[in-house]
Design a protein around this ligand. Sequence first.
Ligand code: SF4
Length: 230
Amino acid sequence: MSKTFLAKKSVYDITKFTTLDFKDHLACIIWFAKCNMRCSYCYNSKIVDGEGTLSNEEVLEFLKSRIGKLDGVVLSGGECTLNPDIVDLCDEIKDLGYEIKIDTNGLKPNVLKELINLSLVDFIALDYKAPSSKFEQITKNNQIENFYQTLDMLIDKKFPFEVRTTVHHELLNEENINEIIFDLNKRKYTGTYYLQNYLHVDDTIEKLSQNSPSINKSLLSDTLPIEFRN
Ligand code: SF4
């Protein structure tokens, strides 16, 4: 039976097709408006501060029209776990036969836990924004303990997920990345740690220099498998 959703229009936009964002899936990306962080390098400032333009019903109509053409849905944003309908929406998406990947900053461990316990999410990409010493400076949010709760929960549950960090040299250096690696080791994360270089756009939340030198790989701890995305 169709759900009655609380939010009127919470989705900013839909990317109708991607082969890059959900491994081994032909997927679309649902971009949720609003976020509980304001990361310096965020290139989605229009989404973070913008209003939704599509209702959950309209998203489901789109997904119904793609049955048989796509097999995955990426919930991104903004921060999709802020959406009051996220559990019901994932339930409906699952009923349509899709696998679901969630991109998250991890500040809503209880929402993610509920989705996992109800088998309403198949993969999570978790942003590890910064070590504790720089978390608030970079994200303008002081709830790092919530992030740690999410990280520990995913590790404890052996849930399929990846940890990734976006790097700009004005914000994070090799020492900071090693602090993150040390923390991941301490928490017994054994998956791959993905590092993605900052990609310049003109309307990031804070003005950052266009050319960020790449991380010096030889200075990084080798206690975790690390992959560079760009
Ligand atoms: S980069 Fe930061 S501010 Fe931008 S959407 Fe992601 S968590 Fe929110």
